[in-house]
Design a protein around this ligand. Sequence first.
Ligand code: SAH
Length: 244
Amino acid sequence: MIGIISAMQEEIQALLDNLHNITITEKGKRKYYSGILFNKEVVLVFSRWGKVASAATTTQLINDFDLKEIIFTGVAGAIQPHLNIGDVVIGKNLYQHDLNAQPFYDKFEIPILKKKYLKAKEHSQLLSSTTFFLNEYFEFIDKSEAQEFNITHPKVIHGDIASGDQFISSKEKIAYLNSELPSTLCVEMEGAAVAQVCYEYNVPFSIIRIISDKANDNAEIDFSRFANTVASNYALGILKNYLV
Ligand code: SAH
């Protein structure tokens, strides 16, 4: 089956509304909903926020269910000027921007693994499913809500993502990340933790991130408005195309 983790309760709800034959397992304060979503066997879970929460959820998921892959969805802050609110980033390489075990390891290097980033699953199918979703965008997203966030031509980009236990909302922090990890498109708080657990258990993984803010002074305001309205329908739209 396919494990689907979201860092948003709203997004899990949108998927749950389409899940059939539901069985609920509760462990470690998380509810794991298994069932059939668009004709595929899946298990859905809300991970909560941050690297520890998402790593613990991923480990539980892998140990309790027979998974062939994990898909993580959520929102993220853009740190590159060409990305706009409503765009989708499909993760390529996942970094932990707050990991620094110098002088024992290089900055960003994951102890023992000898890696500074982990690679997500090869993504052509997910990229085409997302493109398909963006072409039929207004079947899933309310026009007035899209307008409110100035979303006109949302695009999908395949690129690097950095995770850390911080909500990024300042120009200084963006400048630091741009110089230290120049290939990073967006920042969030879970992807690289999920990536590390999946790597260690040898489970292919994908990270889907919808841009909710630009990691600047406005990030907090944009974030909550966006998560509650537009974002929860993205996972539904993208996964509908991916799973069928
Ligand atoms: N909604 C929560 C807060 C979530 S924390 C609450 O009200 O308590 C922020 C979430 O959005 C995390 O899942 C993180 O992955 C993502 N995110 C979005 N924009 C971000 C940014 N600018 N910096 C870090 N994480 C961001």
